[in-house]
Design a binder for this molecule. Sequence first.
Ligand code: NAP
Length: 277
Amino acid sequence: MLAHPAGHSISPTMHNAAFEKLGINAHYEALDVPPDSLEAVVAGLRQKDVYGANVTIPHKLAVLPLMDALSEAAKQIGAVNTIVNEEGKLHGHNTDATGFLRALRDDGQFSPKSKRVVMLGAGGAARAVAYALLKAGVADLGVYNRTESKAETLVNDFSPLGAISHLPEETLNQAIQAADLLVNTTSVGMEKAGLDPKVSPLKEGNLPARGFVSDLVYRPETTQLMRDAMAAGLKVQNGLPMLVYQGAESFECWTGQSAPAKVMLNAAKTALGRARA
Ligand code: NAP
């Protein structure tokens, strides 16, 4: 994994558990790659004994021009989170989108087809989620973001894929009330230095009347938004299944083998517990 800083990622634990389970002689590690070393490190991925890499903050955009080919998802989302070394040629993929959908369908038992969706946020994760939901055929996708101009840019970029619109603040409550699915892609509620994990991205009492709430945040395990939604009788999901399934999709791209998702989920849970300790 190429990151900066490499920090407390749970991906090495998750992928190494999967390699061990399938008896694959490979090792996954988190590399701290400062921006001025990125080109050289990516060039090194062309070596024969390298499957590829995951890419995360702050390199997901910067690696795009370093690829020999891009998947349709990586092109549309404008970010690469998985690099596959195919006989010296580097292919850029984005498995955040498919990971999000698999989490929603397989773990959440929720099918987004023909559903009304509100998405909070317009950053990198929001672009993958918007791509996934529009490709899955949602009825409409309303996007709200603190910085309106970013929501407008996202809506413009993805409008060729389906019914997506910007929600100004004054229409947000009404859209949320009517939504079948609410997705939080903002970092509000995250447990991180300088952030308060006890806040929700929504004003008090503003929740869908029915349906499903998906929060991409996975640290803490239960966010304030999820607590409020559960108290209102709604189904909820945190970001851990997405994290695991995007990893499983990357694993499948590299090895051509079906990933042991349950083993990866258990390893991720153990690593998260350790990170909290
Ligand atoms: P990003 O590109 O930096 O975007 C951050 C988003 O959060 C922006 O829309 C930003 O709004 C909004 N935001 C930040 N602070 C806010 C505040 N105080 N009030 C309202 N909005 C605020 O980050 P990202 O990569 O998209 O990640 C976003 C979250 O998703 C993080 O918590 C990350 O851990 C999580 N994530 C999870 C997975 C997974 O697999 N589960 C994958 C990717 C990301 P502005 O535009 O107004 O700044």
